[in-house]
Design a protein around this ligand. Structure first.
Ligand SMILES: Cc1cc2nc3c(=O)[nH]c(=O)nc-3n(C[C@H](O)[C@H](O)[C@H](O)COP(=O)(O)OP(=O)(O)OC[C@H]3O[C@@H](n4cnc5c(N)ncnc54)[C@H](O)[C@@H]3O)c2cc1C
Length: 408
């Protein structure tokens, strides 16, 4: 057959698919809606590009929560060690940074992406940019190829493919290319899809105007966040509309689900290294002519945005009672109004359900069409877990397509 093997989506999952096909001497053609490849991968590079995580595999695989068992076979084939070795082979010179996260020495994505694209070009992979996939054209049941409909700068184009790998991404940061529009095209074909929802995202808090004006953009450093059975230390940032940052992202799946059901109020410990008794004793020191703000700063080190949070959220009565104020510092309740928009989320939950896919990641009711990356229904916290699973499923879909083509 002369029809090409088509990969749609030039993000990390799609590029890894093309690489896996090239290893099997199969040349892929990659189509993408954007003018250049891997824009979200480049954006991830702005935060240093956390490629993967160096914790033991048994621990690593649990980070995918309910999807751990579904992703484990692919992660066993291409896991964190493979991701690191792959990046190093492309000159990334990776290192293990804080909290055992793995980064390229350059702390950005562009050199790695350049080397990767060169490797793919050398292997004969051809790129077609500004090709937005709209869906599958209607075909007779006996046709051996898949007819793909694209919008291009020169109008609609139909491309026939002998196998198709969809790596269309999730629904966050639509302006980087992954806008989730593919969900409608697949739903039309009867593919079960969980709605795309924000993951690793911020939350809306009803700040007063005064607090917002004073503290928007302020980092809240080393606090502990508790919600249900989740407790973790870390940092976050006050935004115009609420809160975001690594500590918030870590709790975001639980918080989003609680908000979907009902409501969510987090508890912040503003002084995680101090006991409530210690704080109360210090706060009982007679303050004489000192203002309350000076007293809090001098005795227990609460100042700036932490002071602002106390004033914003603690009940008035707590400020007249050292015991009550100490309790507020240890357990300041922050009611969340809603999940922030998917637009600014690091990733999205939802997507093509695993039950719709076979073990090769081929859609059961669309033979010859495979899925990879964030468009599949799994989610994970930040820490390199997102990219690693995109690489793993991208590779599995590429190898799966190669095997399927061989057996056809
Ligand atoms: C700010 C930010 C920081 C991040 N940092 C990290 C990090 O440090 N570590 C980590 O592990 N993860 C990080 N991520 C997440 C990670 O970048 C994504 O999980 C990953 O890029 C998803 O890969 P993918 O190939 O599945 O999809 P994408 O990278 O989204 O690629 C999908 C591609 O498909 C194309 N496409 C979509 N629809 C169509 C269509 N209809 N027709 C044609 N083409 C289409 C898009 O243009 C895009 O090029 C970060 C994300 C963001 C937003």
């Amino acid at each position: 057959m002369t029809e090409p093997i088509v990969v749609i989506g030039a993000g990390p999952a799609g590029l890894m698919t093309a690489q896996a096909l090239a290893e099997k001497n199969l040349r892929a053609e990659i189509f993408d809606a954007m003018p250049s490849p891997a824009r979200k991968f480049l954006m991830a590079g702005r935060g240093g590009l956390n490629l993967t995580h160096s914790e033991p595999f048994e621990k690593f695989v649990t980070r995918y929560g309910e999807s751990s068992a579904r992703l484990a076979p692919y992660l066993r084939q291409f896991g964190p060690d493979d991701a690191r070795a792959w990046a190093d082979a492309l000159g990334a010179n990776t290192f293990v940074g804080t909290s055992n996260r793995v980064f390229p020495r350059a702390l950005k994505a562009s050199p790695l992406l350049r080397a990767w694209l060169k490797r793919l070009n050398d292997a004969g992979v051809v790129f077609y940019m500004r090709h937005k996939w709209r869906g599958l054209a209607r075909q007779n049941a006996n046709e051996k190829t898949r007819a793909l409909v694209f919008d291009t700068p020169n109008g609609e184009k139909i491309i026939h493919a002998r196998a198709v790998i969809l790596a269309l991404g999730g629904g966050s940061w639509a302006r980087l290319g992954s806008d989730g529009a593919w969900t409608a095209a697949l739903q039309e074909c009867g593919i079960p899809i969980q709605p795309l929802r924000p993951a690793n995202c911020g939350f809306i808090v009803a700040w007063s105007d005064a607090f917002r004006q004073r503290f928007e953009g302020a980092p809240v450093k080393t606090v502990a966040l508790t919600f249900q059975d989740f407790t973790q230390r870390g940092e976050f940032v006050i935004t115009r509309a609420g809160i975001e940052g690594n500590l918030i992202y870590a709790a975001s799946a639980r918080l989003r689900e609680a908000l979907e059901r009902d409501s969510a109020t987090i508890a912040l410990d503003l002084a995680p290294d101090r006991s409530q008794t210690w704080l109360a004793r210090k706060l009982e020191t007679p303050r004489g002519k000192r203002s309350l703000a000076t007293q809090l700063e001098k005795t227990v080190g609460i100042r700036g945005v932490k002071m602002g949070l106390l004033r914003e959220l603690a009940p008035r009565a707590a400020f007249d009672d050292a015991q009550k104020l100490a309790a507020q510092i240890k357990q300041l309740r922050v009611p969340l109004v809603a999940t922030a928009s998917i637009e600014r989320a690091i990733s999205s939950a939802g997507g093509v359900m695993f039950d719709a896919l076979d073990e090769k990641l081929m859609l059961r009711n669309l033979p010859g069409v495979f899925c990879a990356g964030e468009m599949i229904d799994w989610e994970a916290p930040t820490g390199g877990y997102l990219l690693t699973a995109c690489f793993a499923t991208g590779r599995a879909a590429g190898l799966g397509a190669a095997e399927w083509l061989r057996d056809e």
